[in-house]
Every structure is written in structure tokens, then in C-alpha cells.
Write a protein that binds this ligand. Structure first.
Ligand SMILES: O=C(O)CCC(=O)C(=O)O
Length: 275
């Protein structure tokens, strides 16, 4: 049974701003376990790939679709995650996991992410309902201005989908609309500590700058969808497979497996869609 519940105020903030930060969403020992797996696990390293930003700087990530009984899968399927996103997403069909990414922004080389809405990518997968999709970013290391933390434009999810073009190997939102949004709404640097979580809407405009500091910035981003929000152009099946929740304690108390091929890793060479 999960003891964690989003408060009515947090839900209201999410609806108004397109995001909400929950401090200490994970305990210190949970983050310690995740960090040591993130840095040591052979499969996570083997399936990591580089994504170039516009200036050719690389950001490293490992992406998988199916959460298993490894530590990251148990977190993704935990009641605290499922119950929280269930309260924030539109609709009421089952909560599903589209994919998770381990983001590895290394000191001095970690690349930038251009201004975009995640739905700028997922629209191409032909998901129809952006309000039924969202992401949860968990800080594994501290994220701050110096190491290229996420920046968001508060309230921009209310603009609806903005046109996106290509930007390096990423997609980027129309600069004209980003400029207008920045003129109208507040820019927020999401400075978070290990264990803090950022819940954000699929139409929230966000970006991050390169990591030019001496500290790494590692995070996990898990994406959720409702089972009724069928992607008509997406080969993976995870986004409409209802999740069975596991207790929050599973991450620390269950014997965790190693993440393996059953997680269905994205291989950059074979797959075009990065999100
Ligand atoms: O973590 C970051 O620096 C940016 C990630 C991002 O924008 C995304 O995955 O959509």
C-alpha cells in the first residue's frame, strides 16, 4: 500500500502550470541503489546510445519499453508512480508505461536538448490525446543551472501542440512560438536534488542546456499513457498494456533482477523514433 498521495494543491499546480515538483519522492537509500545500478549495470551501458544536439554535443541515453522486476522497473510500476500519474492524466482508462529513459549527461560533454514538447515527438507516433500522456523525471544526481538542468515554460502546456521541425537528431518546436511563449510566460529552471520528482505534461515546452560543469547529471524519465490512447504509428506495445502495480517497498525489499532483453531496449540504428 502506497503511503504517498499527491495533495489537491499539487494536482491543481500541475493543471495550472503543466508540471509539479515533488521533493523527496524517493528515499536516499532508494536513489543510492538506483545510482549504483545506473552506473554499473552492463545491459544499461551496452544499450546506451548518443544523441547529437545541434552543435554536435552528445547526450547519452538508454531507453526501454517494458518494465520488469529490475530496480528501475519496480520503481516505474510502483503504486506511488501509478497512483500519481492516474490523478494527473486526462481520462480514466488503465495506466500504461510507454517507455523509460536513463539520461546520462556527462560532465563537460553532455549535450543540450532543444525547446520541444514531448508530444511534438509522440504526435508522429499518432497518439491522439496529449492530455493522456505525461512524464515523470526522477533526479538521480543533483540537477542545477550549472550542469544543464531542465528548463520549462510555466503554463505552456495550455498552448496546445506547436509545430516541430528537426534540430540535429532531435525535434525542436517552432522558434517563433517559443519566443512568444517566453515573452508571455515564466521560464523556470528545474533545480532538483537526488530523489526529487518532476511530473510534467506532454505539451509542456522544455529544454536543457549542455552540461559544461564538472558534475554529471543523471536522471530517469518514465513516460505514461492511458490504455485507450492508441498510437497508430508505434511498433512497441507497451503504451497500451495496463500496468500491474507493485508496492513501493518492492524497490528496496524484493530481490531485484538484472534488467535484460525482456525490457525491449531501443537500438538507435534500427529504430527511428527516439521517444
Ligand atoms: O533531461 C534533459 O536534459 C532533457 C530531456 C528531454 O527534454 C526529454 O527527454 O524530453
Amino acid at each position: 500500500m502506497s503511503l504517498f498521495q499527491l495533495s489537491p494543491q499539487q494536482i491543481e499546480n500541475y493543471n495550472n502550470d503543466g508540471f509539479v515538483i515533488v521533493r523527496d519522492f524517493l528515499k536516499k537509500e532508494e536513489i543510492k541503489k538506483l545510482y549504483s545500478i545506473a552506473t554499473d549495470d552492463g545491459a544499461l551501458r551496452k544499450h546506451a546510445f548518443d544523441l547529437n544536439d545541434q552543435s554536435g554535443k552528445k547526450t547519452k541515453l538508454t531507453l526501454w519499453y517494458t518494465p520488469g522486476n529490475d530496480a528501475f522497473g519496480l520503481l516505474t510500476k510502483s503504486e506511488r508512480m501509478i497512483n500519481s500519474v492516474d490523478k494527473l492524466m486526462d481520462g480514466n482508462s488503465a495506466v500504461c508505461h510507454f517507455h523509460s529513459k536513463l539520461m546520462q549527461k556527462e560532465p563537460r560533454v553532455g549535450g543540450a536538448w532543444e525547446w520541444h514538447q514531448d508530444y511534438g515527438y509522440w504526435y508522429k507516433n499518432e497518439f491522439l490525446f496529449p492530455g493522456q500522456m505525461m512524464s515523470v523525471m526522477i533526479a538521480i544526481t543533483e540537477a542545477n543551472k550549472e550542469n544543464g538542468c531542465l528548463q520549462v515554460i510555466k503554463g505552456s502546456h495550455k498552448m496546445g501542440r506547436i509545430e516541430h521541425g528537426f534540430a540535429g537528431e532531435q525535434v525542436g518546436a517552432s522558434q517563433h512560438y517559443v519566443d512568444l511563449a517566453l515573452k508571455t510566460m515564466e521560464l523556470i529552471y528545474v533545480e532538483i536534488m537526488p530523489g526529487d520528482a518532476l511530473f510534467f505534461h506532454s505539451n509542456l515546452l522544455h529544454r536543457s542546456e549542455a552540461n559544461l560543469s564538472d558534475s554529471p547529471r543523471w536522471s530517469l524519465i518514465s513516460v505514461y499513457n492511458r490504455s485507450e490512447n492508441i498510437p497508430y504509428n508505434e511498433p512497441s506495445e507497451s503504451s497500451t498494456a495496463p500496468l500491474s502495480g507493485v508496492p513501493d517497498e518492492a524497490l528496496m525489499e524484493w530481490e531485484t533482477e538484472n534488467i535484460g532483453d525482456a525490457a525491449h531496449f531501443l537500438e538507435k540504428e534500427k529504430d527511428e523514433a527516439l521517444k
